[in-house]
Design a protein around this ligand. Structure first.
Ligand code: SAH
Length: 498
């Protein structure tokens, strides 16, 4: 089975850098179920194609049909696996293109970060639901999709089509996004029955889905198929997606993964049909919510975090607020809806996040929207002192510190507490002790692929105490979300004031 990736960007052979595979060589990679080969059918200045050819050995596959084999259920000696791109191809992609899929390219960092013209072809893709299904999953991601059914036998057109399509995706995408999308959606389209799911499948899905899955209109269906309909895993994954920074508002309104104990669980999921699943799985009703929220409606962790930050700012009488690492601007929009806050600004190092924030807040159309209270929205890095960070009553770093490489954290402390030095600083970060409460989360895993660390409560207190002492602040700690007697609340918040 074959996967080809073509680009027509100027300097096309640079695709080799981005894939970390030299265009001049044929390389082979042993897999537990066969051999993967990478080679370049063409590598001209204006056009370069990389091919991943997977040679499945049915005997090896049958022998290794154990926990390490992604296609556990298909261990028969005779099946379509050697000829069709399925979860085996996805598994080989993850193995062969690991670094490219992480979006890393030290030799050409801008290449990894930039959308490039791509054409991806899978000549034989098992596609349950037919061409329309392929379009439904890939088009919302910005691909032009051609899915042509493969006839059962070209000699006998009256036999009709097989369940395979030739899939061609054309579009401009970051290479890492493209690879991750194909990686997730191959087994989703195949929708073969798996009887065994590795405990880290949820983590894998969250990592590969970063930046695109949480906002995908079919995210619930994709998640269900990817996780072979395992309800607890699906619920955990949908919860984590809704809680991720990529999630659109509507996903945030219906999902909560923080009340896992069935007795106190409200069945939440992103979509109405998933709601029905969860409800039947638990037999729970919304009135059983024992969560520490003011109203009976299900409230997401992200929502509770936003409320907690606003409450802390109010208590400190901080009306002029800058949101540092504002992401897609969810907190900014919340601040704008509350007239208590008179001046609001946001900064983020990521242009992509800022773009999303600008769209959410309609910044381009009306920079002075909301009676001019949103005064600034700009690109900036917290590791460099910036006068635009100065002059506010409060700075918020909501779920930001854990994205900073530990060796750079000292710089962030100096910039925020030493240089910008507002009267109030509010910091929220995950409480890693709480992770054991997330079903399907592997021990030691982190909640988001980009987290560089996650602190226990003791570690956060230690950090906060040291930073406060160094810069003349007092700090108080507030748990956010249900405060589990054993492992604490899912989010921890430090409110620094001086
Ligand atoms: N505060 C938002 C987003 C959290 S995600 C929310 O709670 O929804 C973390 C954000 O921090 C990302 O948008 C990331 O781009 C930003 N970030 C990470 N490191 C940064 C740095 N050094 N300077 C500025 N922003 C940074």
């Amino acid at each position: 089975m074959l996967l080809t990736i073509k680009t027509t960007m100027p300097g096309a052979p640079d695709l080799g850098y981005a894939l970390h595979k030299h265009p001049g060589r044929v390389q082979r990679f042993d897999q537990s179920f066969g051999t993967a080969h990478v080679f370049y059918p063409d590598a001209d200045e204006d056009r370069c194609t990389a091919a991943l050819l997977l040679d499945v050995d049915p005997v090896k596959l049958a022998r290794t049909r154990s926990r390490s084999t992604p296609d556990f259920s298909l261990g028969q000696y005779v099946n379509d696996r050697p000829y069709a791109a399925s979860s085996l191809m996805a598994s080989a992609m993850a193995n062969v293109f690991r670094t490219a899929m992480r979006g890393r390219c030290d030799a050409r960092p801008e290449l990894a970060a930039t959308p490039i013209p791509l054409e991806i072809v899978l000549p034989a893709l098992p596609c349950r639901g037919g061409p329309a299904q392929a379009a439904r999953f890939f088009e919302p991601l910005g691909w032009e999709v051609s899915a042509v059914p493969v006839p059962l036998d070209p000699e006998f057109p009256e036999w009709g089509d097989s369940r395979y399509v030739t899939l061609t995706l054309t579009g401009r995408q970051r290479l890492a996004d493209a690879l991750n999308q194909v990686y997730v959606l191959l087994p989703v389209l195949d929708d073969a029955k798996h009887y065994w799911m590795a405990p880290d499948e949820v983590d894998k899905l969250i990592r590969a889905g970063e930046g695109w899955l949480a906002a995908h209109p079919a995210r619930a269906d994709i998640t269900r198929r990817y996780l072979a309909n395992r309800r607890t895993l699906v619920r955990a994954a949908l919860g984590r997606l809704a809680d991720s920074e990529d999630a659109p508002e509507d996903a945030l309104d219906h999902t909560d993964i923080d009340e896992e104990q069935p007795a106190a669980t409200v069945p939440h999921a992103t979509d109405a049909d998933a709601d029905a699943d969860a409800a039947s799985a638990h037999g729970a009703t919304a009135t059983e919510d024992a969560g520490a929220t003011e109203d009976a409606a299900p409230v997401t962790l992200a929502e509770r975090r936003g409320r907690a930050v606003l409450e802390a700012l109010r208590e400190e009488d901080a009306r002029r607020v800058i949101d540092l690492g504002c992401g897609s601007g969810k907190l900014l929009s919340r601040l704008l809806q509350d007239a208590f806050f008179t001046e609001i600004a946001g900064a983020d190092v990521s242009y992509r996040a800022l773009g999303a924030a600008k769209r959410r807040l309609k910044w381009e159309q009306s920079p002075n929207a909301s009676s001019g209270r949103l005064t600034d929205l700009f690109q900036g890095a917290l590791t460099y002192a910036d006068e635009r960070f100065r002059g506010y009553d409060a700075a918020v770093l909501m779920e930001v510190v854990e994205h900073v490489d530990p060796p750079r954290l000292g710089a962030v402390e100096q910039v925020v507490f030493g240089d910008a030095a507002p009267r109030v600083v509010v910091v929220t970060t995950p409480n890693s002790e709480h992770n054991v409460r997330y079903e399907g989360m592997a021990p030691g895993a982190m909640r988001h692929a980009d987290h560089r660390f996650e602190w226990t409560r003791a570690q956060f207190r230690e950090w906060a105490g040291r930073v406060a002492a160094a810069h003349g602040y007092q700090v108080r700690h507030v748990p956010v979300g249900d405060d589990d007697p054993e492992v604490g609340a899912p989010t921890q918040m430090g409110v620094f004031s001086r």
